[in-house]
Design a protein around this ligand. Structure first.
Ligand code: GTP
Ligand code: SPV
Ligand code: MN
Length: 581
């Protein structure tokens, strides 16, 4: 394998710090993957699942204190604190390296250090970017094989010898006390120690493709977003491409793979977590998915809610922290209406219903995108797909309507900046607490979020036809605590209204916060959503909104003078209109 000399030198330096027994360059081959699996089966890192019903599928049980991203241990280590901004944890680069250097020193003694050159984005795309990460976790190497394009293909895409993001990963001792996930945007460098889990450890994903890429994107004039990408096909076969930002465990994978409950319509999957978007020479917004696979939430994935994902994970899949049946099949809450008898829970202990969930609420599957039955034929097009609409969605029990549309690009950016959401099991900490989450990027924006809003605003005028921007909330509930909207495959009805709005045929009514579907404009035929329920789902309550915007105003004061004027102005306009002035 032709290796960049800059990368080789850097790998040598890291080996000097971590002192592995050997260094192996990962080539991304099937033989390498099979060897990794074999060694992990031998040492108990993986358990083989039923080869008849789940061929080439494995279960990994992580350390019980290492089951989700740990945002309190995640830092942006820019030289200046203001560059990280008020919404990120910040640590000075020298201090960060001294601290994590202590945890990394000799951390790989007796172990293999894998060096993984990986490509984010389709081969041949001018948007694709290279990373080189080292790790002492075979589980991370195998997961990177699924989630990224590993080996020679990555090295071929380097435009210069130093054209890569460097990442150091070590399991350390897996203790949260000695865990740090550090980003050095000025050095295009990631250091992660003490966790083997998902976004903490698969450095191509959140650390590279979002935190560092967002900072790079701002400098180079593009967007790196926590967004799924879909193509929505109408009964005439016309496909409209949309991208949607939603916080962790709040519906991206499910929407990306939605099986339409609306006859004649279908959804094509292009990505389920991250979109890199740019303005092309014609002023068209285009998107690629930088990933190669899906690291999806297992709980509630079922033949009813997400038949595509359920089919996708029946072979060649690594499951993490799901429960195990006596037939050695994976199981999680929601997969079947009743739990099977004789389950082992996610830690391998015999399970009884009184114990709480058998699968960890943030248990996940890792599978290749090409295995998804709804994967779009053009999902790896190097030129990406043209985006006609953007969606911001969050998880809110009340206040936020099912769907509404921004008046224009700048107002849409304001609606994105105004997002808040209820926390989920994807992050360590309390679940169900409302927190601010602009554009679903609060954990992933690699620089000052006020500048991020400014960057979004600046993209608008460069677009010949700016995408329509929509806000959605599948999670609003009635007085009895029931979801007002059936969700999942029925969400395609909302997508249909969006497509009609994009084409200029969809009808809407203006409210102080945006345009909601006019009566009859949202197709609910054949559902049990009656007119009263729909009205409740779409309702904009001025009192609730004024209070919500008050809280938003307080959040914005944290940015001081750095907050772009149009954002503050849209807030003031919304407040004025809600007061009826
Ligand atoms: P990350 O991978 O963490 O970024 O999550 P994600 O945004 O891809 O979330 P995902 O689609 O996996 O959804 C997580 C959970 O949200 C599921 O287990 C469901 O419980 C719930 N969910 C998703 N879509 C819907 C919906 O349309 N309605 C309702 N009520 N719940 C949904
Ligand atoms: C998320 O939390 O948004 C995820 C899972 O997609 S992880 O890769 O762990 O970040
Ligand atoms: Mn995510």
């Amino acid at each position: 394998m032709a290796v960049s000399s800059v990368a080789e030198k850097w790998v040598g330096e890291i080996a000097g710090l971590t002192r592995p027994a050997r260094v192996v360059w990962s080539d991304g081959s099937k033989a390498e993957y099979d060897g990794l699996i074999e060694s992990m089966l031998a040492d108990g890192t993986l358990l083989a699942l039923n080869p008849r019903t789940y061929p080439n599928c494995y279960l990994h049980r992580s350390h019980p204190q290492d089951v989700a991203r740990t945002e309190q241990l995640t830092f942006i280590c820019s030289r200046a604190r203001e560059e990280a901004g008020p919404t990120n944890n910040w640590m000075a680069p020298a201090e960060a390296k001294a601290k994590a250097g202590g945890y990394l020193r000799d951390a790989m003694r007796g172990r293999t250090m894998w060096t993984i050159p990986y490509l984010m984005g389709p081969p041949g795309s001018p948007m694709s970017r290279v990373g080189v990460m080292v790790t002492d976790s075979p589980y991370v190497v195998a997961s990177m094989h699924i989630m990224t394009r590993v080996g020679q293909v990555a090295l071929q895409h380097m435009r210069r010898d130093d054209d890569f993001i460097a990442g150091v990963h070590s399991l350390g001792d897996l203790s949260p006390e000695r865990r740090l996930i550090l980003h050095f945007p000025e050095e295009r460098l990631i250091w992660s120690v003490g966790s083997g889990y998902g976004g903490n450890a698969l450095l191509g994903k959140k650390c590279h493709a979002l935190r560092l890429a967002s900072a790079q994107a701002r400098q180079e004039g593009w967007l790196a977003e926590h967004m799924l990408i879909i193509g929505v096909e109408d009964p005439e076969g016309r496909v409209t491409y949309l991208a949607a930002a939603m916080p962790s465990a709040s519906g991206k994978t499910n929407l990306a793979m939605a099986v339409s409950r609306l006859p004649g319509w279908r959804v094509w999957t292009l990505g389920d977590d991250i979109a890199w978007m740019w303005v092309d020479a014609q002023g068209q917004l285009r998107a690629i998915n930088p990933e190669r696979g899906f690291f999806g939430v297992a709980p509630n994935t079922s033949p009813k809610t997400n038949p595509s994902a359920t089919a996708m994970v029946r072979s060649n899949t690594i499951f993490t922290n799901v429960a195990l049946t006596p037939e050695r099949e994976p199981w999680w809450e929601g997969l079947t209406p009743q739990p099977p008898a004789g389950l082992a829970d996610w830690q391998g202990r015999p399970w009884k219903p009184a114990d709480g969930p058998a699968a960890h609420p943030n248990s996940r599957f890792t599978a290749l995108a090409e295995q998804c039955p709804s994967i779009a034929p053009n999902w790896e097009d190097p030129q990406g797909v043209p985006i006609s609409g953007l969606i911001f969605g969050s998880r809110r029990t009340n206040v936020i309507p099912l769907v509404f549309e921004a008046f224009d690009w700048a107002h849409g950016v304001f609606l994105g900046s105004a997002m808040s959401t209820e926390t989920t099991a994807a992050i360590t900490g309390k679940v169900g607490v409302v927190r601010r989450d602009p554009m679903a990027m609060i954990p992933f924006c690699g620089y000052n979020m006020a500048d991020y809003f400014g960057h979004w605003l600046a993209v608008g005028p460069r677009l010949a036809t700016p995408p329509r921007i929509f806000r959605v909330n599948w999670f609003r509930r009635d007085a009895d605590g029931k979801f007002l909207w059936p969700g999942y495959g029925e969400n395609v009805r909302v997508l249909k209204w969006m497509v009609e709005r994009i084409r200029g045929t969809g009808r809407a009514e203006e409210t102080p916060i945006g345009c909601v579907p006019a009566p009859g404009a949202l197709d609910v035929s054949g559902t049990d959503v009656g007119p009263d329920r729909l009205r409740e789902a779409l309702r904009c309550d001025a009192g609730e909104w004024l209070q919500a915007l008050d809280e938003l105003g307080q959040f914005f004061t944290g940015f001081g003078a750095r907050l772009p004027k149009p954002i503050a102005e849209h807030l003031a306009t919304a407040q004025r209109r809600l007061r009826g002035q």
